[in-house]
Design a protein around this ligand. Sequence first.
Ligand code: IMP
Length: 427
Amino acid sequence: MSGIAVFGAQWGDEGKGRFVDFLADEADVVIRYQGGNNAGHTIIVDDITYKLHLIPAGSLYDAKPCVIGNGVVIDPGALLDEIDGLAEQGTTIKNFMISDRAHMVMPYHKLMDGLSEDNAGEAKIGTTKRGIGPCYTDKAARKGLRMCDLLSDSFADKLKIILDEKNNELTKIYGVDALSYDQILRDFMGYKEKLAPLICDTSLVCYDYYKQGKKLLFEGAQGMLLDIDFGTYPFVTSSHPTSGGVSMGTGLPPQVLTEVVGVVKAYTTRVGAGPFVTELHDEMGEFIRERGHEYGATTGRPRRCGWLDLVIVNFSVRINGITSIALSRVDTLGEIDKVKVCTGYEIDGEIVNNYPASLEDIEKATPIYREFEGWSGDISHIRDYDELPEAAKTYIEFIEEQTGVPVGMIGVGPQREQCILRQKYYV
Ligand code: IMP
């Protein structure tokens, strides 16, 4: 049995989708374990660009079993749209299962996400407005509706009670019109008809795969620094995009993981608000954004760009037990004269190497940089590590030395095959 988790070691958008897609070829089953359609994974296969939000990347391999675990929050309408969109691109989703314990993102969650952001002024988080936070809030408050509720005869009654309460909040606190119960019920009965055959106890299905010694691939969404506990709270998402999230979000025991792959972008990006010590507010930041097409796959927002921050990466290594780094976007940094890497922070005259909890401390931090020679020339065709320019190898080996973790995969372009593989993953 091998269980590999692939997750983002920074603020999301590290390019997880392409590595998941790459490893999915060998895996027997691909499992999503947290987040929702706030995620956006771009995968390019044979010049066709797929943008996945809820459906695991492994679905692009014909008939590969794919699972959405209990830790994911599901907008059923968005999921059906995604399935239809893929069908239009010629990919029919087969062998796809949804946890009966997964919570549903309801229309009021999306509305409240938008309203609360619009009313937040300076405290705006910059959410994707997909209703993710309000849905996880209701889950924790024990007021959520799960996929198993959709299948139950009591769904209409449960919806009535919850919607009355939400409409009260919408009209009295936010001053907007109440949502129509009849409309929501009608829509959700339509979703039920289409989704019912896919809904099951996926914890049991995954356990069976585990017991049979299958190769499991766990696909993370967002990134470690957006984790509700270890991220830059409150500028975080509401789930656990960590290796620890795998067990909670699937129902499998923690020992299921044999390898933890942290995806690290060769520089750093962030969407939404919150501290970002190595952010570049100059032409270099602009250059990286344009060269790397750093615009959100879900919302289209420009991403904030900066140098690689090893304080963050080392924090991720420690919290998640990263055993191997997948380094993406090495090609994007090409043609830059001098490339910088942050190795520590200076806060109030002290050198700090551990990522602080307090936002005030992070905001005071000045990055300490090591400067490297850049590399030039097109590297997107390279598949053998030794053929990389010496300067790129020096950069990569510095990351390995500073983190104590091998860089096992290197992304040199967006296509499925534009990847340098330095280790074997499934044994
Ligand atoms: P939410 O997950 O929509 O509630 O947004 C909370 C924070 O997480 C915001 O800063 C978002 O921009 C960020 N976020 C959510 N999903 C992603 C993602 O897939 N990539 C990068 N940032 C994300």
